[in-house]
Design a protein around this ligand. Structure first.
Ligand SMILES: NC(=O)c1ccc[n+]([C@@H]2O[C@H](COP(=O)([O-])OP(=O)(O)OC[C@H]3O[C@@H](n4cnc5c(N)ncnc54)[C@H](O)[C@@H]3O)[C@@H](O)[C@H]2O)c1
Ligand SMILES: [Zn+2]
Length: 366
């Protein structure tokens, strides 16, 4: 079954299409054959997908556009200034004009890079995202954020550039390692806690199926996760700051304050989703100790995440982790900010919680 999630954006609205055999829709996104559509299309893809370009190239061939494939390094290694420059060079050699298009075909790393190539070439050409990981579908493909890393940190250089459309071809998940499926599921479970309890029901009833690339449950969970992200982003198109009880787009950072610190403290040897899973258990414990969340919901964080094979404990050194948290680009000065829940879908910001409680929650994860 094919599902469509409409996304409001600061520029033109677009759709995320989710299902099996949806790549044919690329033809419509690329444009008409009558000369009004794109003449050239660049497909940025990681080495891991070099053998799986055929379905995309077939559709582009039938649409009569000249296609340039640009292979970039796998994963995070694609998000560098050097790779960005090499992509600009390829577009320059091929004579890319404002009318032409960039397609990102890969995980979140590839689509972040490809989106930024599209945002920066001639100050912005059309972009189509074909995310091929669960995380790429649920998180990176909606919201318009594109960018690369620098020596100073991740995602420090970038632009908002909305895609013309997003195609989530579930068949592409077949070769994705299960550990990557689980990592993406962490963001889906997050969407359950922050907005959509039906996702948590799926976790309760079908935890094994959720980890299988071709299960209807995974397809439904991905669709629901995308819908949550689209809704939150649409309510906050200008990415305002949360104020008072209004959490705005920061809601999507649930579990990320502690999670980012774990990721950085572990030098990114731990996957993003795994770190976010640990971060959600941490912030649930924090909310519980501060009397916001009841014991049952805090316990549900651990059981739900463990059910889909995600980690729920962490024993790293507190002092070092706390120092990393203070340096988070999203922190304001040295005051820590956490998105916390009092119930499913009921969020508020916690600013500068007591240091002893912060430490005790960390110790409770050990
Ligand atoms: N723009 C945003 O709003 C946003 C949101 C969340 C995350 N991100 C970014 O996304 C990136 C992480 O994305 P990710 O988790 O998708 O990882 P990734 O892009 O690094 O991909 C993980 C690995 O899987 C491989 N791969 C991708 N698709 C595959 C497939 N179908 N079959 C087999 N192998 C495949 C990749 O080559 C890579 O080696 C980070 O850079 C993060 O900053 C961006
Ligand atoms: Zn995340």
């Amino acid at each position: 079954m094919t599902t469509r999630v409409p996304v409001k954006s600061a520029t033109a609205p677009y759709e995320v299409v989710i299902g099996f055999d949806v790549l044919g829709e690329l033809a419509g996104l690329v444009g008409a054959k009558d000369g009004t559509g794109a003449a050239r299309v660049a497909v940025l893809h990681p080495s891991a997908l070099a053998d799986r370009l055929e379905p995309v190239l077939e559709v582009l061939g039938a649409a009569d556009v000249s296609t340039l494939t640009i292979e970039v390094p796998d994963g995070e290694a694609a998000k560098t200034a050097d790779v960005l420059v090499s992509c600009w060079d390829r577009l320059g050699e091929a004579g890319f004009t404002r009318n032409d298009l960039v397609i990102g075909y890969g995980g979140g790393s590839t689509t972040d890079l490809a989106g930024f190539v599209a945002a920066s070439w001639l100050r912005g050409v059309g972009f189509i995202s074909i995310p091929t990981t669960v995380l790429g579908m649920v998180d990176a493909a909606v919201g318009g954020k594109t960018g690369i890393n620098t020596a100073a940190g991740k995602n420090l250089v970038g632009a908002f550039h909305e895609p013309r459309g997003v195609l989530c071809e579930l068949g592409l998940l077949q070769h994705l390692p299960e550990v990557e499926i689980r990592s993406g599921l962490a963001e889906v479970v997050k969407c359950g806690f922050i907005t959509d309890p039906q996702i948590l029901d799926l976790v309760d009833t079908a935890p094994a199926a959720l980890q299988q690339w071709d299960s209807p449950e995974l397809g439904e969970a991905i669709t629901r996760g995308i819908a949550v992200k689209a809704e939150v982003v649409a309510a906050d198109l200008t990415e305002r700051t949360s104020s008072g009880s209004d959490v705005a787009r920061e809601l999507l950072n649930y579990g990320h304050t502690y999670g980012h610190a774990v990721e950085r403290h572990e030098n990114f040897r731990i996957r993003h989703g795994e770190a976010v899973a640990i971060g959600m258990v941490y912030v649930a414990e924090l909310a519980r100790r501060l009397g916001l969340m009841d014991d049952a919901l805090a316990a549900r964080h651990r059981t739900a995440l463990a059910a889909v094979g995600l980690p729920t404990g962490y024993t790293g050194d507190w002092a070092a982790l706390r120092a990393v948290m203070a340096k988070d680009k999203k922190a304001r000065g040295t005051t820590l900010r956490f998105v916390a829940l009092s119930d499913i879908g009921q969020a508020q910001m916690l600013t500068g919680p007591d240091e002893d409680v912060l430490r005790a929650c960390h110790e409770a994860l050990g």
